[in-house]
Design a protein around this ligand. Sequence first.
Ligand SMILES: Cc1cc2nc3c(=O)[nH]c(=O)nc-3n(C[C@H](O)[C@H](O)[C@H](O)COP(=O)(O)OP(=O)(O)OC[C@H]3O[C@@H](n4cnc5c(N)ncnc54)[C@H](O)[C@@H]3O)c2cc1C
Length: 440
Amino acid sequence: MTASTWTTWARQHQANPDRILHPKSAQELARLLQEADQQGQKIKVLGKGRSSSAIAQPVDQQVTLDYMSGLVSVDQENLTATFMAGTSIRQANQLLGRYKLAFTNLGRLDNQTLAGAIATGFHGSGSSYQIFASQVASFTMLDASGQTLTCSPVENPDIFVAALCGLGALGVMTQITFRVVPQFRLHAVERGHAYRDIVHTFPERARSADHYKFSWFPGNKEVRTRRLTRLDLLPEGYMPAGSYLSQARRYGGDHLLNNGLFSAVSYAGSQLPAVQPTLNRVSNWAKGNRRYADYSARVFTITRTVRQNNMEYAFDMVLFDQVMEEVRRYFEREHPVMSYPLVVRTAAADQIPLSQAYGRETFYISARAYWRQDYRQLFKGLEEVFKAYGGRPHWGQFHTQDAASLAGLYPAFEDFVELQQELDPQGTFLNPYLERVLLG
Ligand SMILES: Cc1cc2nc3c(=O)[nH]c(=O)nc-3n(C[C@H](O)[C@H](O)[C@H](O)COP(=O)(O)OP(=O)(O)OC[C@H]3O[C@@H](n4cnc5c(N)ncnc54)[C@H](O)[C@@H]3O)c2cc1C
């Protein structure tokens, strides 16, 4: 065990913890937690570093769950699957596929851990679908003293619901059981539209589709929409969900356009900001219009290789027109250079205390910046617009809010903080980011 530098994927945050630990079992992890508790040491369990906030920053000790990944069991009759918490979403998709099962909804990224995704409120898009964690049926978790808690809607229900977006502040999940669905296909239609046609009809379009979103380079008159329709699998021996040729073509297209081309365009834009708007138009044009169908996991997710900084805020759907108009005006007034389009997605309301979609039908606006770009300045201006409309920040992405401002955005905020202090009285799981957002 030697100390080395911890960093997030896009290198926004670094740390040098004293100890790096790789437990091989829940028992070993419980012992490490007990030792840390007795020594008054802080301990942080890491996912894959895909958060661009400092939510996962270790202080004294860092724990990775690399050895605690994989499928524990599948119940094909009741449609549940139990995974070790350190399993990545990509791995979980492959393992479920072997049983012809799938997650019902996913976001774009798939190389983060199941537990990291749950801790940060990971979500995809779909007005009838709640965030990723809403698929969790139960889990086991270790508290700060190393004690095991089993949590479900009937066992420790308050801890269960709070930990579905627990920020890594309540305990360490070791095993997670998901409600899953029979494997299905998604039919994707990706195409360009006039901005004015989409922006005034987005809530209805999103509600009438299974999964819908649009991306927009502010200032452009065109947006790109993505509509996904859920389809049954085709019968065995008939045409597969995605032929090898169409998969290869799509992989090539996605990889080149979303990673290779974006990388080149982003680098060029970071060196020569004046040419960025032209580069953005070219990249929009290069994507063209396309339709395809494939297994759900292959359509929901995409491999991202270009490092980026992210900021995302979530709003009450009733404010859609007002927020979008204010965002449009902001870009018209300030002209900040964007190397990525804004992406607008939706989620159904939930009752998870710190979920961005708590208690309201939600739309999200996410902004991304190439990692070499000065993202702080870009994001802070836009964040002021978002804050004025009661926007709730993604916990795993850039934001400047603290406990005082966040308490007003989440009706159950105080209850969450009380529970955190009850389960972790010494603040073993806290770090500077969590102290800022939970304690102020
Ligand atoms: C390119 C890119 C695309 C993205 N796309 C999306 C998207 O589509 N939708 C979306 O919502 N977000 C998205 N994100 C944000 C990202 O999904 C999350 O922040 C990410 O899921 C964090 O997972 P991780 O495994 O990297 O965890 P980390 O960032 O390493 O850790 C996050 C938190 O999880 C906690 N944690 C880890 N393991 C455990 C455990 N076993 N028990 C309890 N707590 C634990 C950590 O302590 C920490 O507090 C994207 C990010 C990037 C970089």
